[in-house]
Design a protein around this ligand. Sequence first.
Ligand code: NI
Length: 189
Amino acid sequence: MSVLPIVTYDDEVLRKEAEPVNKNSEEIQTLIDDMFDTMYNSDGVGLAAPQIGELRRIFVADADAMSEEGEGPQMGPIAMINPEITFQGGDEVAMDEGCLSIPGVNASVKRPEKIVVSYLDRDFNEQELEIDGWWARVIQHETDHLDGILFLDHLSMFKRKLLGSKLNEIAEGRADIAYPVVPKKAEQK
Ligand code: NI
């Protein structure tokens, strides 16, 4: 098991669509273990495979700590393979979001409070989960990553502009980040 460097804003791999995973393998299991290690090492509640440069439809999450504060459901650590959100409902609620690929940046994002998600668990069994609260939030955020969508994309142009200098710091490799990240290529900016 190992901690992998995280890809940060505005690396283009974060903007690509990830490929479905069709077959279980030792490599996939190692990838999932490494993703959990990487997520916990950076105190994250979720991490999608594109964030470590792997364009595959997998994410890991553990939102129990946040869920506890909000008195939401407790699920334990979860890996989802090929997740598909089949229902979004309830009120649109605004909650503060961050992202391991956009360190130090937080913003209030509106999302539906309740979802149904179907996915393969790490043993490749088909699962369906109906959930709300923090977990629903995290699952929507991570599933977005698999389609090249960042939480920034849910903000107004105005709000996004306010974050501009912080985003530039990250994009140019000047941000102070407390966990391993993929270094910026000099020619990228
Ligand atoms: Ni994220």
